[in-house]
Ligand binder design. Structure first.
Ligand SMILES: CC(C)(COP(=O)(O)OP(=O)(O)OC[C@H]1O[C@@H](n2cnc3c(N)ncnc32)[C@H](O)[C@@H]1OP(=O)(O)O)[C@@H](O)C(=O)NCCC(=O)NCCS
Length: 179
């Protein structure tokens, strides 16, 4: 477990699935932060969460003031690379919960032996981009007009990454340039 400013981050259990799905639905209903759009099928989301937990993916929750206030889902997307998504309930933002969850996401990646952590974020999501930059993530690219929203709009996504093992990254670059 990790704590930050009285926030407790812990691995999710199957018993958390409904509350996690409800949080996902609530954040989706805000309409501008996450990929999921309203209405979220909460029953299907809860099943997917239980499956992710059973598969050993990094599924974490933050308890704030005795309620489930935030979640993070992280998984190995390609060898040595983890990808994640996270959210904090609107009424609990700005209290360090996002930072505590992100610390756990990065710790999980290290535990998996990953050399890199990646994510995608909407370009207008300034709070999230600030959080990621503060933790050392850098912009690696942009997917232009990539995601079609239900209203037909095409949104860009910013690709960000944190390199956990710059030494390996550097030696790979050196080895490749010497070929
Ligand atoms: C992005 C999000 C997870 C941040 O969580 P949070 O608990 O509010 O963040 P914290 O209180 O831990 O703040 C950590 C840092 O994030 C940044 N940050 C948070 N809110 C911010 C805001 N409104 N404006 C600018 N920066 C902000 C700051 O760098 C902050 O560090 P500081 O307190 O030293 O200034 C939260 O806003 C959220 O869940 N948003 C909706 C869902 C979402 O966008 N998920 C990410 C999708 S990619």
């Amino acid at each position: 477990m990790s704590t930050s400013r009285q926030v407790v981050v812990r691995p999710a259990t199957p018993a958390d699935a409904e509350a996690m799905a409800a949080l996902r639905a609530a954040v989706a209903a805000e309409g501008r932060w996450i990929g999921a759009e309203s209405p979220v099928d909460e029953a299907a989301a809860a099943v997917a969460i239980r499956t992710a937990i059973a598969e050993g993916k990094g599924v974490f929750v933050a308890d704030g003031d005795g309620v489930l206030a935030g979640t993070a889902h992280t998984y190995i997307s390609t060898a040595g690379v983890t990808t994640f998504g996270m959210m904090v309930a609107a009424g609990h933002r700005g209290r360090g919960i996002g930072a505590a969850l992100l610390d756990r996401v990065v710790a999980w990646a290290r535990e998996q032996g990953a050399h890199k952590v990646t994510l995608q974020v909407w370009p207008h999501n300034e709070p999230a981009i600030a959080l990621y930059r503060r933790t050392g993530f850098e912009v690696e690219g942009r997917l232009r007009r990539h995601y079609r929203r239900r209203d037909g709009e095409l949104w860009d996504a910013v690709l960000m990454a944190l390199h956990l093992d710059e030494e390996t990254h550097t030696s790979f670059t050196t080895a490749r340039s010497s070929c």
